[in-house]
Design a protein around this ligand. Structure first.
Ligand SMILES: [Zn+2]
Length: 345
């Protein structure tokens, strides 16, 4: 079992205190009794901003996955599987071959993952989004190839970045190098500084219902086969894309839930109201609660992950007294975006 990096990132973004509660720890005012030493006065403390825990007496500490390892006496892989089960996160191959699980476990470096833990610097990210434009390449992808509607793309404040050197210069001259590094947008390796998102790419901002920026996702537009197609930078929690759409909606109105942003853009371009879960494997449960009371519909992707996402979402909504209706795509059509582009040529 190989746990996708995307899933590990999400697990590390789970709120450390939520994880502690799931583990049965009694967290009060960001403190708890340490489970590693004979503790009487709570010496375990939680930093919600850094998403870390630490015992000031015995020194045990780390992020959400490490907390599960320490508390449950599990290895990294077991801890990931346990956490995923607790927070309804799933990936292809989850819960399968245990031998493979042991072999692939060594490839996952915990230290590397812990470096990803950073609070979200809204000001830096908002500045990046508000000062970026849409490149010719981005326009070609969005409007010529996908036929998305301009008012949808502009309304969501979708932008692009073409050259990483340029954006690093702009960011560091505005905010200083250390703050940019701290934000996670600018990083350093043995060859020098680099921009977190592979470029050229689109940038999709995630907004809270009240308009605060809470995350940014990229979509790579270049031809490097090694570059990940999507990259994500967020606050502690996984969020729904396009939450502000709810501000203009009445209870009982039809709302589509899509798997991924591109399907969401296609639904919106067709004049429908839609929000997106980041991917089939990631369910932002706290945001999903906000959707109960709407007439929920979904076009699941025509694959195993799509079906699984639908099943999980349905289970979740049934527990919240809401139904999620399935819409069916025509035979041979992979996802809604495919369907949309084939009917809008
Ligand atoms: Zn301790």
């Amino acid at each position: 079992m190989t746990i996708p990096q995307e899933v590990i990132d999400r697990l590390q973004e789970l709120n450390i205190e939520d994880v502690a509660l799931k583990l049965g720890l009694d967290v009060r005012k960001h403190k708890a009794i340490c489970f590693k030493h004979d503790d009487h006065d709570p010496s375990l403390s939680f930093s919600v901003s850094k998403n870390l825990y630490k015992c000031w007496v015995c020194g045990v500490g780390g992020g959400p996955i490490k907390l599960v390892q320490d508390k449950n006496g599990m290895n990294f892989q077991e801890a990931c599987a346990w956490l995923a089960g607790q927070f309804n996160i799933w990936w292809p191959g989850y819960g399968t071959d245990k031998k493979i699980a042991k072999r692939t476990m060594k490839k996952v470096s915990l230290r590397k993952n812990e470096e990803l833990l950073r609070p979200f610097d809204e000001e830096v990210y908002a500045w990046l989004i508000n000062n970026a434009k849409l490149s010719d390449l981005a326009n070609k992808f969005l409007f010529e190839e996908r036929h998305f509607k301009e008012d949808v793309i502009y309304g969501l404040n979708i932008k692009s970045v073409s050259y990483s050197e340029k954006v690093i210069d702009a960011l560091t001259s505005r905010f200083g190098e250390s703050r940019c590094m701290e934000s996670g947008l600018v990083r350093r390796c043995e060859f020098g500084r680099y921009f977190y998102f592979y470029t050229p790419c689109l940038l999709f901002p995630y907004y809270e219902q009240d308009g605060r920026l809470v995350g940014v996702q990229s979509r790579y537009l270049g031809d490097n086969p090694k570059a990940p197609r999507f990259q994500f930078m967020s606050s502690q929690k996984t969020r729904l894309f396009n939450l502000p759409v709810l501000n203009a909606m009445c209870r009982g109105e039809r709302l589509y839930i899509s798997e991924g942003i591109t399907d969401c853009l296609a639904l919106l371009s067709n004049g429908l109201k839609a929000v997106a879960i980041p991917s089939a494997t990631i369910l932002p449960l706290e945001d999903l609660v906000l959707l109960k009371g709407y007439d929920l519909h979904m076009y699941p992707d025509q694959d195993e992950a799509g079906q699984r996402a639908l099943t999980e979402l349905r289970r979740f909504f049934v527990n919240h007294y809401t139904t999620l209706k399935m819409e069916k795509l025509p035979e041979g059509v992979k996802d809604y975006c495919d369907y949309y582009t084939s009917t809008n040529r």
